[in-house]
Design a protein around this ligand. Structure first.
Ligand code: SF4
Length: 206
């Protein structure tokens, strides 16, 4: 029998694996604060990477400059973006993973996706489109059919989106400023992909 989303969210929000019983060292260096937005009616899912420092502080996904750019790509204001009935936001790692030696965000905790992702998606039956943001989400949702790198995968977006099966997958780069150079070098992203993305999003939240 499929678990209710309420049960999954209750268990996920209480998760302390990376702090108390990590499978990979070192343990999470701070108290876990799992971030997720979901409801059983959402048709659109944003599969991001992991919370950064600002999102860890707010407890709400994409409350940072990346969120501003992502909402612009999607053509959504904050009211709709944060409407769980319409938009699910399910990162590859639900807790802020900490900073690396250079001050950048560490990758999503490796414990998280294998522990939670299947349970969460089982409880999200209405999802029709997953926006796979960044290489961790693309590796999970596309598996061996992802490209050799993020650029190759995103460049192949039309073929990936056209695949049969549900949910459909649309690969995107992370909206972080770290990808400004990539976005400048790939103007087709804004010119070709973003208009299609906005059409899809508008249809799914209608
Ligand atoms: S990152 Fe995921 S697995 Fe680790 S404590 Fe947070 S919710 Fe649990």
């Amino acid at each position: 029998m499929t678990e209710s989303l309420d049960t999954v969210l209750r268990d996920l929000r209480a998760c302390r694996i990376c702090r108390d019983a990590p499978l990979y060292l070192p343990p999470l260096p701070h108290e876990p604060r799992p971030v997720i937005q979901a409801s059983a009616t959402a048709r659109l899912c944003i599969a991001g990477q992991a919370p950064g420092t600002r999102v860890h502080a707010s407890g709400q996904p994409f409350t940072d400059p990346s969120g501003v750019r992502l909402r612009n790509w999607l053509g959504l204001d904050e009211t709709v973006f944060y409407d769980a009935a319409k938009v699910a936001i399910v990162p590859m790692g639900h807790c802020f993973p900490g900073l690396d030696a250079k001050g950048g965000d560490k990758p999503p905790r490796r414990e998280c996706a294998p522990t939670w992702r299947a349970r969460v998606f089982e409880a999200l039956p209405a999802i029709e489109l997953v926006l796979a943001i960044g290489r961790y989400a693309q590796a999970w949702h596309l598996g061996s059919s992802q490209g050799a790198n993020l650029s190759e995968t995103v460049t192949n977006w039309r073929a990936i989106l056209a695949r049969p099966g549900r949910p459909r997958i649309l690969p995107l780069p992370h909206p972080s400023w770290r990808n400004n150079t990539w976005l400048k070098r790939n103007p087709w992203f804004d010119e070709d992909l973003v208009p299609v993305l906005r059409q899809e999003v508008a249809r799914l939240i209608a």
